[in-house]
Design a protein around this ligand. Structure first.
Ligand code: LLP
Length: 412
């Protein structure tokens, strides 16, 4: 038998043995909408945005953006936009979502095609140029009479990278950003054409060291002042504790550190986190299909890597809780999905109630970011539904795919 741990982040409680989150009985929700089901809490999204705004708001001329790639549900986007947060979009599809909810946005893609850049310029979008080749395409389009952008960004690879698992987006051999020397040439040409521009860098995701962000902002600031850029954007990458014993990232230290950089008031400053805002605002509910009475026992859930890919892809840790039963009499347990891959595993030797039974509802925590957006139809499975808890009531914000109908219908 192993000790029960406090597995929960924000606003979880047990009432009559059943797990409640933001006042809602999660088992009832699973029974009402079916499983697998992503559930989000609007109060948690707002709370995380407030934490960031308070901490980073000390930086003069600071603007917060949200990386749409973390969670693109339109109801989530409306919620984030209603807090005055702008959007960082990976491509034109995400830009279309930003436009749908009326949020100002920037497009931060890589390896753009000429057609994409033309569309972006005609939309009046701010585009983050990832390579001198993208600037060449823009120059060509401008010479063909495509409208001039009000502002562009230049994405730099500062020469180093850092991040959890394989989530390193900068340094030698990285596909992201351009070398400072190339960026200097692009900056001069953009400036000579009288177009305002900013400089951007994001070198990794899941980072817990505040000094990393201050160092990156300092690098960008020096570069911006040197080339005459009006803004810096130090990206996302803010780490989130997934394990109960991990500490929160000290976002205040990031704000204070950047605010105290000499000359910081000379530029606008942007950050674009995704995970920090959404991870703890979502849980994934699954049902136990059956339990193999091996040693350790293997619990088979109705959702696996098709629904939440992070554990299979990165060996990422997510806390797993039996919603139906109190987390007592815990024994080491392996928890898996039903996909035909051995990596389809949510956890090994996890403390899990020995009394667990088929039909119990299980919550996988911190699943609000990079959850649904990375789900797939692998093994011809249907994508799950999504629900939102708002002021104590719940509504469906994306219906479940109908497996046989939708998959068979997708063929002529
Ligand atoms: N901005 C850009 C240009 C990015 O590429 C990313 C993430 C973000 C902002 C937001 O990063 P965040 O604050 O969420 O760390 N699928 C992985 C995460 C990949 C992040 C890639 N880029 C995961 O599940 O952990």
């Amino acid at each position: 038998m192993i000790e029960a741990r406090s597995a929960f982040g924000s606003d979880f409680s047990r009432d009559g043995g059943k797990l409640h989150w933001y006042g809602v009985n999660l088992e009832d929700l699973a029974r009402r909408y079916g499983t697998p089901l992503y559930v989000y809490a609007s109060d948690e999204v707002r709370r995380r945005i407030k934490l960031l705004k308070n901490a980073l708001g000390v930086i003069p001329r600071f603007h917060l953006m949200y990386a749409v790639k973390a969670n693109n549900n339109v109801e989530i986007l409306k919620l984030v936009a209603s807090e005055g947060v702008r959007f960082d979009c990976a491509n034109l599809n995400e830009a279309a979502l930003a436009m749908k909810v009326g949020a100002p946005y920037m497009i931060s893609g890589i390896f753009y095609t000429k057609e994409e850049l033309e569309t972006a310029l005609r939309l009046g979008a701010t585009v983050n140029l990832d390579d001198p080749a993208a600037w060449d395409l823009v120059k060509g389009l401008l010479s063909e009479g495509v409208p001039r952008p009000k502002r562009l960004f230049i994405r730099l690879n500062p020469g180093w990278g850092r991040g959890a698992f394989s989530l390193i987006l900068g340094g030698e051999g990285s596909k992201f950003g351009m070398k400072p020397d190339d960026a200097r040439i692009v900056a001069r040409e953009i400036g000579d054409m009288g177009i305002e521009f900013g400089v951007h860098a994001m070198v990794g995701s899941g980072i817990f060291d505040p000094s990393h962000f201050v160092r990156l902002a300092s690098f960008l600031l020096d570069f911006a002042l040197d080339v005459g850029a009006a803004a810096i954007d130090f990206g996302g990458g803010f780490g989130v504790p997934y394990k109960p014993d991990e500490a929160e990232l000290d976002v205040r230290a990031i704000g204070d550190g950047i605010a105290s950089l000499p000359n910081i008031e000379k530029v606008e400053v942007y950050a674009e986190p995704g995970r920090y805002i959404l991870a703890s605002a979502g849980v994934l509910l699954c049902k136990i299909c059956s339990i193999k009475r091996t040693d350790p026992p293997i619990v088979g859930l109705d959702g696996g890597m098709n629904v939440l890919m992070r554990p299979a892809l990165y060996k990422a840790y997510h806390e797993i809780v039996n919603v139906t039963r109190p987390m007592s009499d815990l024994i080491p347990t392996t928890i898996v999905g039903r996909i035909c891959e051995s990596t389809d595993e949510f956890g090994r030797n996890r403390p899990f109630p020995s009394a667990s039974k088929a039909g119990d509802i299980v919550a996988i925590l911190h699943a609000g970011a990079y959850g649904y957006v990375m789900s797939s139809n692998y093994n011809s499975t249907a994508k799950p539904a999504e629900a939102l808890i708002e002021e104590g009531s719940v509504r469906l914000i994306r219906p479940r795919e109908e497996p046989m109908c939708d998959i068979v219908k997708s063929f002529p």
